[in-house]
Design a protein around this ligand. Structure first.
Ligand SMILES: Cc1cc2nc3c(=O)[nH]c(=O)nc-3n(C[C@H](O)[C@H](O)[C@H](O)COP(=O)(O)OP(=O)(O)OC[C@H]3O[C@@H](n4cnc5c(N)ncnc54)[C@H](O)[C@@H]3O)c2cc1C
Length: 397
């Protein structure tokens, strides 16, 4: 098996490197532009040269390239290496994929170009206090009054709600229809009196997400994506866009290398922790996991490159990366010892102990966000192993 990129892709890599050397970081602008505007300017240039927004037609602000997952991977590696802005991530990316598939021409023209450049920031209003894994049980209501939808209810865990300009929302518009049939997918302006954003403080002291309350919030009737009552179908395409992407496979190697470095520089009983046979054994085990993950990632990538559906390889990789990141962070916390007890928000950024403590807390989210680990296990059990459907899911139909 030859895992090297072919000459064509290595040439493409060199071209991407040359582009980055010329364009990132952008020249000083006298401090007039904020980080979001600077990133938008860079994205504009990268789109012109065919590096970003490759799947989007030119008429909607994309660079309209031939689909090529390997080129996409090279771009992620090279842009990631120098910390340059890439295509906007979830949740904006999900919305854009969905608009392309289900949006009206007016919605595409209006939202795609600015969203692609990152000038228009989105948040995702799916989860509610009683509706997470069982998303179809959403209770937030929208009623068509004249030419407007009037929305009442509550969302929770809404990432980036404080900074977002717009929200895409799943809400119940047909209260008498069945569970999945009564949902619609709406687009709303976040800056309006009927929306109250209350940030949630996380255990690491930061505020990644918020509760969002809707009290007679409004949006025009034409801000419905797909048909009325078919929001469940529309939301499925959103998740498909998220689930089929394979992340930066080198990232797991980098995290493991950082851990080895931490073990090398941590002194325990007068010698580096790396000399402790039990620590070495755990690092060797992790090295095995990371290598297996890399190959499994290539398997997913190869399927996508051939235009085949990677199927249950996707949730399997998701579970594996969650586990690896969890084990790496746990050993990191053990190595930093007592300083891990201090709240990471009180440790300066760049501080090694602070970043390991933060990482230890943050990896818990991987097992929940975008589909909890048990849900991934259910998918593997049902679709790969042919087991009967989950009892709880059957009951909620
Ligand atoms: C970092 C982060 C960012 C997020 N950002 C957003 C966002 O921007 N917008 C948004 O709408 N939501 C967001 N979420 C919410 C996320 O989608 C939900 O937390 C997730 O769907 C799980 O729902 P829940 O929290 O209600 O947990 P629950 O669904 O109540 O699950 C609780 C536990 O029960 C298990 N469980 C549930 N059902 C089953 C089943 N059928 N079989 C077996 N086990 C089951 C789960 O695995 C889990 O362990 C975010 C979450 C995180 C952690």
């Amino acid at each position: 098996m030859d895992l090297r990129y072919s000459e064509e892709y290595e040439k493409f890599r060199q071209a991407a490197r040359a582009f980055l050397a010329d364009n990132w970081p952008p020249p000083e602008d006298g401090g007039e532009l904020g980080p979001r505007e600077r990133a938008a300017r860079f994205r504009e240039r990268a789109i012109e040269c065919g590096y970003l927004a490759r799947a989007f037609p030119r008429r909607y602000g994309g660079s309209e390239q031939e689909p090529d997952v390997l080129r996409g991977m090279v771009i992620r590696q090279e842009f990631g290496r120098v910390g340059a802005p890439m295509d906007v991530g979830v949740p904006g990316a999900q919305l854009m994929g969905t608009l392309l598939e289900h949006g009206t021409e007016e919605q595409k023209q209006r939202y795609l170009p600015a969203s692609i450049r990152g000038e228009l920031a989105w948040c995702q209003g799916y989860s509610e206090p009683g509706s997470g894994s069982d998303l179809a049980s959403v209770q937030t209501r929208a009623e068509l009054v004249g030419n407007e939808w009037v929305i009442n209810g509550q969302k929770i865990w809404t990432s980036g709600a404080q900074q977002a300009d717009m929200i895409y929302l799943l809400c119940r518009t047909e209260p008498d229809a069945g569970k999945h049939a009564g949902i619609s997918y709406l687009l709303l302006d976040m800056k309006q009196p009927g929306i109250d954003v209350r940030p949630l403080r996380q255990m690491d002291g930061t505020g990644h997400f918020s509760e969002v309350f809707f009290d007679d919030a409004r949006t025009p009737a034409d801000q419905l994506v797909g048909k009325r009552g078919e929001g469940w179908l529309v939301s499925r395409s959103t998740l498909k866009h998220e689930r089929n992407t394979v992340g930066d496979l080198q990232m797991y190697h980098r995290h493991l290398e950082n851990l080895v470095e931490l073990a090398r520089t941590t002194i325990r009983d007068g010698r580096p922790a790396l000399e402790d046979p039990t620590i070495r054994q755990r690092l060797a085990e992790l090295d095995g996991y990371v290598k297996v993950m890399e190959y499994s990632g290539y398997r997913q990538l190869t399927c996508s490159a051939r235009g085949e559906d990677p199927g249950t390889v996707v949730p399997m990789n998701r579970l594996a990366t969650t586990k690896i990141e969890f084990l790496v962070a746990n050993l990191g916390l053990e190595l930093i010892g007592d300083s891990g007890l201090e709240a990471p928000s009180r440790m300066p950024f760049g501080d090694t102990a602070g970043s390991w403590a933060r990482q230890y807390m943050w990896v818990r989210a991987y097992a929940i966000a975008g589909g909890a680990s048990n849900i991934q296990r259910n998918i593997i059990g049902e679709r790969a192993l042919g087991l009967p459907r989950d009892f709880a899911a059957q009951k909620s139909r």
